[in-house]
Write a protein that binds this ligand. Structure first.
Ligand SMILES: C[S@@+](CC[C@H](N)C(=O)[O-])C[C@H]1O[C@@H](n2cnc3c(N)ncnc32)[C@H](O)[C@@H]1O
Length: 220
């Protein structure tokens, strides 16, 4: 299936769903997304005083979890998401931007994180190359998203769009979520894709039998 991931369309979609984005995440995952994000960040073992870029930061969940461990910059293309991220993290830095054209010099960051973000990018290869470019040598990339297209994933397909229709009158955008999930590479294939851009694999964490998965890659 060909999914339209035109960047303007994606930005408008996330602007639109921003008021109920956190609420839907909590309901759809029974709050588990917070645990998953926390465990994924813990696996990075962030060193004090390091520089971290969180691309596709949304409402700033990763920033909140990271707290004061590192200097974090959150970047997102949706102005409405950025507004909410700033409300949730008043003293942290957020900026509007496109992760396929990162406004940073080469090798500025010790870590780059991307939670549930790359799935929405039309030119994913460009985004991965940008992540690689802005990372320092020995810098780490944490990627988190839906994982295997297994039984848990199929359960999502059945109930998420219907739930979104009832709760937020928004079946369309949550059907996009399902389609983008089912058309996104599974973790093994993604790790290969990251490898083709120069990364080396370090480790991964699978949650809910692999329905959600995070991978840590390194730029050697
Ligand atoms: C599903 S949300 C994930 C938000 C957050 N990382 C989380 O885990 O809850 C995806 C985010 O990616 C952002 N996004 C989509 N395309 C982008 C792009 N090209 N550059 C930067 N951000 C983008 C959207 O605006 C949205 O906030």
């Amino acid at each position: 299936m060909n999914i339209d991931k035109n960047p303007q369309k994606i930005r408008k979609m996330f602007d639109k769903i921003s008021p109920y984005y956190d609420r839907m995440n909590n309901i759809m995952s029974f709050g588990i997304h917070n645990f998953v994000k926390k465990k994924s960040i813990e696996a990075l073992r962030i060193k004090p005083n390091s520089m971290l870029l969180d691309i596709c930061c949304g409402t700033g969940d990763f920033t909140k979890i990271i707290g004061k461990t590192a200097k974090v910059i959150g970047l997102d293309c949706s102005p409405e998401m950025i507004k909410l991220a700033k409300l949730k993290n008043p003293n942290k830095a957020f900026m509007l931007g496109d992760c396929t054209y990162l406004p940073f010099k080469d090798e500025e960051f010790d870590y780059v994180t991307a939670g549930f973000g790359l799935r929405n990018i039309e030119d994913r290869d460009k985004a991965i190359k940008e992540i690689f470019r802005v990372l320092k040598h020995d810098g780490k990339f944490l990627h988190l998203d839906f994982g295997k297209h297994n039984f848990g994933s199929k359960l999502f397909d059945l109930f998420i769009p219907k739930l979104a229709k009832i709760l937020e009158k928004d079946e369309e955008n949550y059907s996009y979520l399902i389609n983008s999930k089912n058309n996104f590479p599974e973790p093994d294939a993604l790790i290969e894709e990251f490898g083709e851009c120069g990364f080396e694999y370090i480790t991964r964490k699978d949650f809910i039998f692999g329905t959600i998965s995070s991978q840590i890659m390194i730029k050697n």
